[in-house]
Write a protein that binds this ligand. Structure first.
Ligand SMILES: Cc1cc2nc3c(=O)[nH]c(=O)nc-3n(C[C@H](O)[C@H](O)[C@H](O)COP(=O)(O)OP(=O)(O)OC[C@H]3O[C@@H](n4cnc5c(N)ncnc54)[C@H](O)[C@@H]3O)c2cc1C
Length: 341
């Protein structure tokens, strides 16, 4: 089989190189799909992670001379702190396995040829790009989601799936800060350990977690805030300006600036903020939404369009913090390639 990667950027792996602030959080040493991922039909992730687990990821790296270390919250990072080390390995293996890579080739359109051409042509898809046309029998869409448009991310996978009548969830920004109505300029860049709760206008609790929150002049960020963006969309499908964010401060070891700004004391350690919106796509580390897993077979082939596959961020799967997302991209890619028919 001839294998070809079409990549619209002049190099592959733009997001991989950005991952973990270039330190590359590749995985976590404790993964439970029901707890750590959001999307429709998350149950089916069990078999994917069974086939290629977090340990398989670590073993794969070790076998190829890349050492990993486990840091806080079980996250697994490259010992070298260099995401490029992983990218170089993937590129080397692709080339060794006879994959041809064409950079600066952007796919503009994909047409299914099944109904048009006689069988002896033996090709299923016609791919129109900014340069040549390509024909292929099998096509894997691994074109990420919409987050970080500054490195070229678009809605391509979503638009393509819609074109072929494949059910998908409209992409939504995940793992980003939340804008507030309140101006907190007085405590910009101060962080604190808090309990954060989000309630909708009917007082239903959408999210309740402890963790670190960073205050900036008109938004809040930090892991506990990033994680909340997943739960928000999953529970109500819409970020509402009526949502209230309750911040319960841990008064021990609390920064004086925050105490004075929010008028906190032992009897009053709670602040309520009004949600305005999420920070923009340019700051969202990952996209939620994409092709619904129930549209795909266990090898990630579309049930409706034979020969068309979707993996990685193009699927409606998002990890609750960023280190779960490279693991998902790798696990889905591995399972897809192993069960390729
Ligand atoms: C700033 C930042 C930090 C992150 N940190 C982490 C982290 O530490 N740990 C973690 O697990 N995750 C992290 N993520 C998320 C993770 O990088 C992504 O979820 C993952 O890279 C998605 O992999 P993928 O295989 O779906 O797509 P990728 O392989 O990353 O990218 C898809 C490729 O398709 C190409 N493409 C898109 N459209 C077209 C087209 N029309 N024609 C041709 N080519 C096209 C793109 O140029 C791109 O190179 C981070 C993301 C960002 C933005």
């Amino acid at each position: 089989m001839k294998k070809l990667i079409l990549e619209k950027n002049d190099k592959c792996g733009a997001k991989l190189l950005l991952s973990g602030g270039e330190r590359c959080n590749v995985s976590n040493n404790d993964i439970n799909p029901d707890r750590d991922y959001v999307g429709q039909n998350i149950k089916s992730l069990h078999s994917v992670f069974h086939a290629f687990s977090n340990q398989d990821m670590i073993d794969f790296l070790t076998q190829h001379g890349i050492e990993t270390v486990v840091e806080d919250n079980g996250r697994v990072i490259l010992k070298s702190w260099k995401a490029k080390q992983l990218l170089d390995l993937l590129m080397k293996l692709a080339i060794e396995n006879g994959v041809e890579i064409k950079n600066s080739v952007e796919i503009k359109e994909i047409a299914s040829l099944c109904s048009q051409w006689p069988d002896e042509w033996n090709e299923t898809f016609k791919i129109t790009t900014n340069s040549w046309e390509f024909f292929c029998k099998k096509l894997i869409i691994a074109t990420w989601g919409k987050s970080f448009p500054q490195v070229g991310a678009t809605w391509f996978a979503y638009e393509l799936a819609k074109q072929f009548g494949i059910d998908c969830i409209q992409p939504y920004q995940c793992l980003c800060g939340i804008e507030t109505v309140q101006d907190m300029s007085g405590v910009t860049w101060n962080s604190a350990l808090v309990q954060m709760q989000i309630r909708n206008d009917k007082k239903k609790c959408l999210y309740d977690q402890k963790g670190s929150v960073l205050f900036t002049h008109r938004w809040i960020s930090g892991p506990v805030v990033f994680n909340s963006t997943l739960r928000l969309w999953n529970d109500s499908w819409i970020v509402s300006t009526n949502n209230k964010i309750k911040i319960i401060f841990d008064m021990e070891n609390l920064n004086k600036k925050l105490i004075n700004f929010f008028h906190l004391d032992a009897k009053n350690s709670v602040v309520e903020l009004d949600m305005k919106w999420l920070r923009p796509w340019e700051e969202a580390k990952v996209s939620g939404g994409g092709v619904i897993l129930s549209e795909l077979k266990s090898n990630f082939e579309s049930k409706k369009i034979p020969g068309l596959y979707f993996i990685g961020e193009a699927c409606d799967v998002v990890g609750k913090t960023w280190w779960y997302n490279l693991q998902w991209a790798r696990s889905s890619a591995n399972v897809c390639s192993r069960r390729f028919e």
